[in-house]
Design a protein around this ligand. Sequence first.
Ligand SMILES: Cc1cc2nc3c(=O)[nH]c(=O)nc-3n(C[C@H](O)[C@H](O)[C@H](O)COP(=O)(O)OP(=O)(O)OC[C@H]3O[C@@H](n4cnc5c(N)ncnc54)[C@H](O)[C@@H]3O)c2cc1C
Length: 405
Amino acid sequence: MPRLSPLPTPAEADVEAWVAEHLGHLALEGRDGVRAGAMAGGQSAADAALAALDVTGYSASRSTVRPVARQGATRMSPYVRHGLLTLPAMWQAVAGAGSRDRDRYRDELLWQEYARHLYARTGTRMQQPLRHDPARGQQVDVDPWATDMACIATTHAELVEDGWLVNQTRMWMSSHWTVRHGRDWREGEDEFFRHLLDGSRAANRLGWQWTVGAGTGRPYGFSRWQVQKRAPGLCTKCPLRNACPIEDWPDATAGPRVEGADLGAGPTPGGPAEVESSGEPDTVWLTAESLGDDDPALAAHPDLPVVFVFDEPLLRRLRLSGKRLVFLAQSLADLADRRPVEVRLGAVADELSGRRLAGTYAPVPGWQRLAPRVDLVRTHPWPWLVRPTSAPLSSFSAWRKSVRW
Ligand SMILES: Cc1cc2nc3c(=O)[nH]c(=O)nc-3n(C[C@H](O)[C@H](O)[C@H](O)COP(=O)(O)OP(=O)(O)OC[C@H]3O[C@@H](n4cnc5c(N)ncnc54)[C@H](O)[C@@H]3O)c2cc1C
């Protein structure tokens, strides 16, 4: 049943306290442990990041880990993840960059798009190996991330405190977890998902599948060599520098081919291409997939109030870090400066009962589950960079070749 009243709308000045009070019982760290991560949520923060976006040197420095000042990573992913910046907008934003950096950057945006297509096609089956059994080293009972090794300890601290990692250290951690230490990749993926401000099942599962060899049959091996190349300072100050446990490559190889989800030629659901309407909406329903001012349903109905529901049963199950909840609440607080925003907590269908909603299709299983259970009278198309077709999704390069502009 719906609660009698919505939560108070969060205000920018005290978002952490708001999350602790209203959502703290759902947070991984509990009420007293709620803290913001490294990036602030909200359209204003996303716009500022976009205005400062400069991809000069990106292709050469994208994989740099240390020194931090030399990292080429643009740290836009939390905004992309929650639809505060769309992929078409990001694509356009780098149009004036030098061709080498622009093309490399756009390639990464296409990886994000590919992950979304893959997730739209496979849904929850993406938590199963797509093409091969993962490469699993000799299994250990201890937590492979609880170590004195500077490369893993520093990175793990960033995951937990900042909620953000460069791509390179995501590969280190996931490889260390499964390829060297034989742990189940889905547990590691869940742990990433709980902490990452950009945590999405689409990109996170793709990243893990790729690293552990489940996507390609070729696992990514992590050893001292990468640390010396990408972050030499970490190695020189490591307490284990004279007894490095990852001096050599892990020797695990990917397992046999598996019958995963069908990634061959066949339809990938992309949602409506045009607005679908069966009546007049009275409210815009925002989801965590699409919280930006350019959300198609939001932009099309400037005079309607907005509702967002924190899905209590789902959050109770996921146990997300407070950082992620703060990011979402900051985004709602920022939007509330421009639009009336009602924030609710409970079961989504119950909380939205009695409303005639306008919403934006989202290519995730959560949308498929919830949309039929609410009174959605107007559905707006998802802002794809490349609309899904029937192209094969068996590899990024196969999919990439099929893209027609
Ligand atoms: C094990 C593992 C888990 C990952 N989990 C996630 C996740 O939960 N959410 C997520 O958005 N990305 C994930 N990635 C992909 C990638 O690491 C991040 O998107 C990237 O590090 C974000 O930093 P950035 O914004 O500085 O990226 P940049 O290098 O500046 O790239 C620009 C944008 O391109 C996209 N992008 C870049 N690389 C990738 C990639 N390999 N796959 C998909 N999109 C990419 C992102 O939207 C990013 O913001 C994961 C990768 C691995 C190996």
